[in-house]
Write a protein that binds this ligand. Structure first.
Ligand SMILES: NC(=O)c1ccc[n+]([C@@H]2O[C@H](COP(=O)([O-])OP(=O)(O)OC[C@H]3O[C@@H](n4cnc5c(N)ncnc54)[C@H](OP(=O)(O)O)[C@@H]3O)[C@@H](O)[C@H]2O)c1
Length: 329
């Protein structure tokens, strides 16, 4: 994979990165999460499983890794792997996030899996925790799931602390979620501290079912920010795993995939074709999924594919409503 630069963040990345949301904890909302882990949540085996996926990613040229304080042990698994494999901090880009606290107690089913809080005390606590775990590897620190309602983009104390962290060397980003992602991205583009734009990078959901943030992400790219796409396969809904008979998009995708291309590679190729994307996160929960995801790099995405894919989009409200109902497993 060719190296590229993550916008004004200036960090070296690969076009496909690896997200650790499904690798760092027993429970997640992706469709077949429990089956991916064979319901084996023993800590050392989960760590070895995560390391095997990280090894396969590294071997294939993946150079961006995405974690969060709330992904269970993701930061710890990643840091342990980087040290064990003797990967130099300058040879890799690591991003993490603050704003959710992991509360599932290492269980796949929990009353509350994570607690969202974008206040200054949470930023101070989690930034210190991430720094302690990831040390010199941590290059990008992101607000986890900003929305217009979260108020975080108007909280001057938080913004000033982020600017302070930026002054100390971290690049600063935000991830966005929900049906108003585009509005949040545009609001972030206007955030300045001491006359300087705060954000170096944005991470957003864009996939064939929910492409509504596209124009705002294009603006972010034009403004010089790095653009990372998450949930490119709609949490597994755009893969062969999705057996929901009510999922109308499947037939059309299968038609497009009949030349031996996997559904997931097709979904990722659609994102790779967007000129404003710097990094697409693979959310692979296993080595075979990662290898299948990476074949997207050689799937040509032409006008015919674009035509076949057109019409798959759901309304943002429907999409996020469906996502909110995906069961933790
Ligand atoms: N708000 C935020 O900041 C935020 C939110 C979400 C994600 N993220 C980041 O984005 C990353 C990716 O998100 P995501 O996990 O939702 O990505 P995704 O690409 O939409 O979904 C990944 C899931 O798709 C399924 N899959 C992938 N390849 C497959 C294959 N070949 N065959 C069958 N199933 C396959 C797997 O789920 P199953 O096997 O479980 O079905 C896998 O866990 C995360 O790891 C995280 O770093 C950030």
């Amino acid at each position: 994979m060719d190296a590229r630069v993550l916008g004004r963040a200036g960090l070296a990345v690969s076009p496909i990165g690896l997200g650790l949301a499904a690798l760092g904890r027993p429970g997640y909302i992706n469709l077949g999460h429990a089956a991916d882990l064979a319901r084996d949540y023993e800590l050392a085996r989960m760590e070895a499983h995560a390391h095997a996926v990280l090894d396969a990613a590294w071997e294939a040229g993946v150079r961006y890794f995405d974690a969060a304080r709330s992904y269970g042990r993701a930061e710890t698994f990643l840091a342990g792997w980087l040290v064990k494999r003797q990967i130099a901090p300058g040879a890799v880009t690591v991003g993490s996030k603050w704003g959710y606290t992991y509360t599932a107690g290492w269980k796949a089913q929990a009353e509350r899996h994570e607690v969202k809080d974008h206040s200054l005390p949470t930023l101070l606590r989690q930034a210190a925790e991430s720094r302690e775990i990831l040390g010199p590897y941590l290059g990008l620190y992101q607000i986890h799931s900003a929305t217009p309602e979260s108020g975080v983009l108007e909280d001057r104390a938080v913004l000033e602390e982020l600017a302070r962290l930026r002054g100390q060397g971290w690049k600063i980003g935000l991830t966005v979620t929900g049906p108003r992602q585009g509005e949040t991205v545009r609001r972030a583009l206007g955030v300045t501290v001491a006359g300087e734009r705060l954000f170096d990078c944005v991470q957003a959901t864009w996939n064939l079912l929910e492409p509504s943030a596209g124009p705002a992400l294009e603006e972010a790219k034009a403004a010089g920010l790095g653009v990372i796409v998450k949930e490119a396969l709609a949490n597994g809904r755009l893969t062969a795993r999705n057996n929901d008979p009510a999922f109308a998009a499947r037939r059309r995708l299968e038609e497009a995939a009949r030349f031996g291309v996997s559904l997931d590679a097709l979904g990722l190729a659609a994102v790779l074709a967007r000129p404003w994307v710097d990094v697409i996160l693979s959310g692979a929960a296993a080595v075979d999924q990662l290898r299948s995801n990476l074949t997207a790099l050689s799937v040509p995405w032409d006008q015919r594919a674009d035509e076949l894919a057109r019409g798959l989009a759901e309304s943002p409200e429907d999409y996020w409503h469906t996502r909110a109902r995906l069961p933790w497993n």
